[in-house]
Design a protein around this ligand. Structure first.
Ligand SMILES: [Zn+2]
Length: 331
């Protein structure tokens, strides 16, 4: 069977096609990065080539060739900079596809970042989609299948990769990483059903301590306004996407504790006592307003436009909301 956590519906569909020998000529694997599209495309290709019983068996010659990236009939098409798949790359692939397979009955192409194909690239590919050689299988990996031409989409099977269940992500983390249960829960919650995201956070050595330090600083929002300046300093030094995630999860947790009092629903369970104490000094209305401010600011900002004034304004506004005061500029 396929070695991938979650995505059961997609795995089942592909497995049935292999068992019935009903492989399509073209697939679109669509969904957010980190959900296993490329992994499953590689395993599906391996299963198509596999000569063993339980496909992919990982023991037969074709399986071993795919594992060592040496199968001559399995090709991954990608651009190093990932920004745009050029028409030249696609034309080269189209030329290659008409050369018969060397070893297998099928010749399989996986095109990474297919949503970055220009209209010219897609038109170059369309020719193959209209009249594919019998042995050809093309798998387009795409974050957004709507960016592909309708003529491409209509000739392919679109398989949508949805976020995994939280329990699946947690199970994955616990099987693969030896970490504290509460932190595992936090990662499972913050990664929004995305095992790839969970894995990249767990492999980032800075992430754990950054979160501890940043949340400790956010807790100071219950005290004097001057703490806003210290918190703003984080945004000059660290990844603002991480910081916004921490900030919104912190406020979300504060709101849950303030309104429902339910610790089990917290993202930051390891901070429950401190967040509970924080809630005693601020209003629910203020927490909600702050959460909205954080989400609005996050939507406006990107890593490339680090506007520290926006962050400071955000923090001061949050402080005002949390303490039910009027706008800071009028004080
Ligand atoms: Zn095999």
């Amino acid at each position: 069977m396929f070695e991938l956590y979650g995505q059961d519906a997609v795995k089942r569909q592909l497995y049935n096609q292999i068992n019935k020998n009903e492989i399509s000529h073209a697939y679109i694997f669509s969904g957010n990065p980190g959900l296993g599209k490329k992994t499953l495309a590689g395993q599906f290709a391996k299963a198509i080539f596999c000569e063993g019983q339980n496909k992919p068996c990982n023991a037969c010659k074709p399986c071993l060739l795919v594992n060592s990236k040496a199968h001559p009939d399995f090709k991954v098409i990608k651009e190093e900079d990932k920004k745009q798949l050029s028409v030249e790359t696609i034309r080269n692939m189209v030329r290659d596809i008409y050369i018969k397979p060397y070893l297998a009955k099928k010749k399989i192409y996986v095109i990474h970042d297919a949503h970055t194909m220009t209209a010219a690239s897609q038109n170059a590919l369309l020719k193959v989609f209209e009249e594919p050689p019998l042995y050809a299988v093309i798998i387009l990996i795409s974050q957004d299948d709507k960016k592909l031409l309708p003529t491409i989409r209509s000739r392919a099977q679109v398989l949508r990769f949805l976020p995994n269940k939280r329990e699946e992500v947690l199970e994955y983390i616990q099987k693969n990483h030896n970490i504290d249960e509460k932190y595992a829960n936090f990662i499972a919650n913050i990664s929004e059903g995305n095992i790839g995201k969970a894995e990249s956070l767990l492999n980032n050595p800075e992430y754990f301590s950054l979160r501890q330090n940043f949340i400790e600083s956010l807790l100071c929002l219950q005290h004097e306004k001057s703490h806003c300046f210290g918190i703003a300093g984080f945004f000059e030094k660290y990844d603002i996407n991480f910081l916004f995630d921490f900030f919104s999860s912190f406020l979300r947790d504060a709101l849950i504790l303030k309104v429902l009092g339910d610790e089990l629903r917290l993202i930051n369970q390891d901070f429950s006592e401190k967040i509970r104490a924080f809630c005693e000094n601020v209003t629910a209305k203020g927490i909600l307003a702050s959460l909205n401010l954080v989400l609005d600011t996050k939507a406006k900002m990107t890593q490339s436009s680090k506007e520290n004034l926006w962050i400071l304004e955000l923090l001061l506004n949050c402080w005002e909301e949390l303490h039910g005061e009027s706008h800071w500029s009028q004080v």
